[in-house]
Design a protein around this ligand. Structure first.
Ligand code: AMP
Length: 441
């Protein structure tokens, strides 16, 4: 029960009003420690209720402030505009019986309007690091009275190249008493470095047991011959599957636009969301999906980060995500807060090994599904290794002219054996070798 937490009565009233009865595991673990003022590093998956886990302690710290509002007291940094909007809404819902005011600063919004908002000085400022720094550099933002800093989806902020901006902003808050860092994954060296720089003897709460990821979500794969065949499967699924709302993930903007165009041509009510879309279009796409005007969203990863839409119960991976962590984020869009969901990945010949390494990372085996109406010829590799990967799919090396060439095998110096699984920092699960983070889509 939320009443077990030492939260102010005005906050408990809001919690009750919002029908939050039982705290989620991340809330149960993080709220009491955060209320004590501890620095926390929390590894918790998306959809776990992590927003309330930091918003409530932040509000509790500010709720009794008697002074006239003249300074920003809390700073929440996160990677995307959509996540900022959702977090702001969550703050406003929990703060509805208090006098606490929050403001938002993200790229893609009017700079002068933001400066005007900052002149009114919100108690809590939420936003993305890039624009926040621009406002700071323009002299519109004063952070010296910030008491608490929250870094939400810190792993993602690093992936997006925000690490220096985040550090700079933290340094602009010299009087902060508490820092709370949330990430969906345990991250790598970059995250460790940031933790060392910005947190003081943090408690590490690990709520991210990836093998429990999909309790409410069935995970399936369907094999496909090529992209056009994948599109046929998508259209069949959208026409025949039972779902309220669906999201289709692609790895590139071009593919997102292409699928969207073909869906609209077939009279599906769809929207597309990716990094090339301006802020107005992105807002509209999310609103239409939330209100039910559109049932289908085609999106790239960056655009869909942090998206929390009620009734989103079907996720289709048109392209396989590039890492196990990205898969976790995508699938986290569905099966949220105990609801049921279905996640389907479309697997061509070239996707198989990536899919099987994600299965190993999650310690799960996806259900193989065949749809006879759109069945193709590819049904997985003829032979698989113990790892689940296909046998004998090594590409022949070519020289610069494109001619096939016998290339002498070189032993990589000082490298790990290619077959040795990488182990996560916490030694929990083998990790896929990550490719360099793709440019933000
Ligand atoms: P989050 O992981 O913070 O994005 O939360 C996912 C969804 O779960 C949001 O729609 C929250 O409003 C909802 N939620 C979070 N905590 C609870 C709770 N204790 N009871 C009911 N719903 C919750």
């Amino acid at each position: 029960m939320f009443s077990q937490f030492a939260l102010h009565e005005r906050l408990l009233k809001a919690v009750a009003e919002l029908n939050f009865v039982e705290p989620t595991p991340v809330q149960a673990a993080a709220i009491p420690l955060a209320l004590q003022g501890r620095d926390l590093r929390v590894t918790a998956q998306t959809g776990s209720g992590k927003t309330a886990a930091f918003v409530l302690p932040v509000l509790n710290r500010l709720v009794d402030l008697k002074q006239k509002r003249v300074e920003i007291r809390a700073l929440i940094l996160l990677p995307t505009r959509e996540l900022a909007q959702q977090t702001l809404k969550e703050i406003e819902r929990f703060a509805q019986f208090t006098f606490i005011k929050a403001g938002m600063i993200t790229g893609g919004e009017d700079f002068k309007e933001q400066a005007a908002m900052l002149r009114k000085v919100p108690d809590i400022l939420v936003g993305t690091p890039g624009r926040m720094l621009e406002q700071l550099n323009a002299g519109n933002l004063k952070l010296e009275h910030v008491q608490v800093v929250v870094l939400d989806e810190a792993d993602r902020m690093l992936d997006m190249g925000f690490s220096e901006d985040v550090e700079r902003l933290c340094n602009e808050c010299p009087n902060r008493e508490q820092t709370l860092l949330f990430s969906a994954t345990t991250g790598g060296a970059g995250l460790r470095e940031m933790i060392g720089k910005v947190l003081k003897t943090p408690e590490h709460l690990m709520l991210n047991n990836v093998s429990q990821l999909s309790e409410g979500t069935r995970q399936q794969i369907i094999t496909a011959d090529h992209n056009q065949h994948k599109e046929e499967i998508v259209q069949w699924l959208l026409a025949n599957e039972t779902y309220q709302k669906a999201i289709i993930f692609t790895n590139t903007r071009v593919m997102a636009d292409r699928i969207y165009g073909h869906l609209v041509a077939k009279d599906f009510k769809a929207f597309v969301l990716h990094g090339d879309k301006d802020q107005k279009d992105r807002k509209l796409a999310i609103e239409r999906l939330k209100q039910g005007g559109a049932k289908v969203l085609v999106a790239t990863d960056v655009a869909a980060r942090g998206l929390d839409v009620d009734g989103l119960d079907l996720v289709i991976n048109f392209d396989m995500p590039r890492s196990g962590d990205e898969y976790v984020h995508r699938i986290g869009r569905t099966g949220r807060a105990g609801n049921e969901g279905l996640a389907i990945s479309l697997i061509c010949h070239g996707d198989w090994n990536l899919m099987s390494s994600i299965e190993r990372y999650l310690k799960q085996s996806f259900e193989r599904r065949v749809i006879k109406e759109v069945k193709g010829t590819y049904s997985g590799p003829k032979k698989v290794k113990a790892s689940g990967k296909a046998v004998g799919v090594k590409k022949k090396k070519t020289d610069k002219k494109g001619d096939k060439k016998a290339v002498a095998k070189k032993k990589p110096a000082n490298r790990q054996k290619a077959s040795a699984p990488l182990v996560s920092q916490d030694g929990l699960a083998p990790l896929k070798r990550r490719k360099p983070a793709p440019a933000a889509e």
